[in-house]
Design a protein around this ligand. Structure first.
Ligand code: F6P
Length: 378
């Protein structure tokens, strides 16, 4: 009779990509269940896949993960590295073999990776290139990881952005202004849509629905005709006009990448050059011109990623983290733990990595926001 493989004795855990509220709560969930319930040893890896390749491991005992449920950021640190193309001495190298060697050196049997789209790809690459076992959790304020109902971090960020929109309302009302509020989300507009709806924004612009600037201006003028002397425009970082969307659709992948690189603020000889005017500023300027109403711009930026997780995210992270430990104990590897209704369920990692969950055009939130009077400019 074939012998059953034993339960893993040691696991590793890392956080990778942009941070978000809830990472510590998820680390705690995994570690508490793994240590107390399954008798495993847990090793934290610093600064994501970079720390994994550089062999920066620290043991996390029960004390190390106590009191971190409410703490923002990540006690492990995070970084944006591609495991298959890691920059080492200026060259892009596939570091999967080194990563697996380091994990084996610490006798780790499974690596838990907490991250968004890039992290899911890194984890799958580690597994396919070396056979090493991984389990991932879906993290990002963008809420754009495939095959899960929601990602952790999203709810906290939505609360922050909604509060900001609430505050912008009072000042916009006092000064009879248009305020354009830029919200994170390059490829997916979940955060702008969710906080825009919850904060009662008058215009919501998301990457999934290219907008017609004329229609946006017309909506704002129409509001003024109805005696509403202020307006809030919630715009996702990645939102674009119909013209921009058409122009971009003509470009090759290479040309798109080059364009992206050009938009970055360049630091040259110690000085920062803004290569292109930020989208939200341009939009505010254009709307001021078209409507004749004074416009201002607020970019929420990394404020949305900071601070303590919301109660909902703490709950989600505990559910996801403890489920990850449970799955590892049962040797159920190479999956992402996804939220499906009230449950945390495994989904094969290969069905997740490389995909981006964007807002579908027929999503009930969009339908409802339109019925409540918001314009998407298209
Ligand atoms: O991926 C999450 C995210 O917050 C995006 O919404 C945003 O575009 C990006 O990270 C910003 O990343 P960085 O921290 O590298 O500036």
């Amino acid at each position: 009779m074939a012998r059953k493989s034993p339960q893993p004795r040691r696991i590793g855990i890392l956080t990778s990509g942009g941070d978000c509220p809830g990472l510590n709560a998820a680390i705690r969930g995994v570690a508490k269940a793994a240590i107390s319930h399954y008798g495993m040893r847990v090793f934290g890896i610093q600064d994501g896949f970079r720390g994994l390749v550089e062999n920066r491991f620290i043991e996390l005992d029960d004390r190390a993960v106590s009191g971190i449920l409410t703490a923002g950021g990540t006690i492990l640190g995070s970084a944006r590295d591609k495991l298959a193309k890691m920059l080492i001495d200026g060259e892009k190298c596939d570091m999967a073999a080194t990563a697996a060697e380091n994990l084996k050196r610490h006798q780790v049997d499974c690596l838990v990776c907490l991250g968004g789209g890039g992290t899911q790809k890194n984890a799958l690459h580690l597994h396919t290139a070396t056979g090493f076992n991984v389990v991932t959790l879906p993290k990002t304020i963008d809420n754009d990881v495939a095959k899960t109902d929601i990602t952790f971090g999203f709810n906290s960020a939505m609360n922050i952005a909604t509060e900001a929109i609430d505050r912008l309302h009072t000042t916009a009302t006092s000064h009879h202004r248009i305020i354009v509020c830029e919200i994170m989300g390059h490829s997916a507009g979940w955060l702008a849509l969710g906080s825009g709806m919850a904060g009662g924004a008058d215009v919501i612009l998301i990457p999934e629905i290219p907008y017609d600037l004329g229609k946006v201006a017309e909506h704002l003028i129409e509001r003024r005709r109805h005696g509403k002397r202020f307006s809030i425009v919630a715009v996702a970082e990645g939102a674009m006009s119909v013209k921009e969307a058409q122009a971009l659709s003509m470009l090759s992948k290479k040309e798109l990448k080059e364009l992206e690189a050009k938009k970055i603020r360049k630091v040259e000889s110690g000085e920062i050059h803004l290569v292109e005017e930020p989208k939200a500023s341009r939009l505010a300027r254009q709307l001021q011109q078209l409507t004749g109403t004074e416009a201002r711009v607020t970019s929420l930026g990394h404020v949305q990623r900071g601070g303590s997780p919301s109660p909902y995210d703490r709950l989600l992270c505990t559910l996801l983290g403890t489920r990850a430990a449970e799955l590892i104990a049962a040797r159920h590897f190479n999956v992402m733990v996804a939220i499906k209704g009230d449950h945390a369920e495994p989904v094969p990692l290969k069905e997740v990595a490389g995909l981006c969950r964007r807002v579908p055009a027929d999503h009930p939130w969009i339908h409802s926001a339109r019925l409540a009077g918001a314009s998407f400019g298209g």
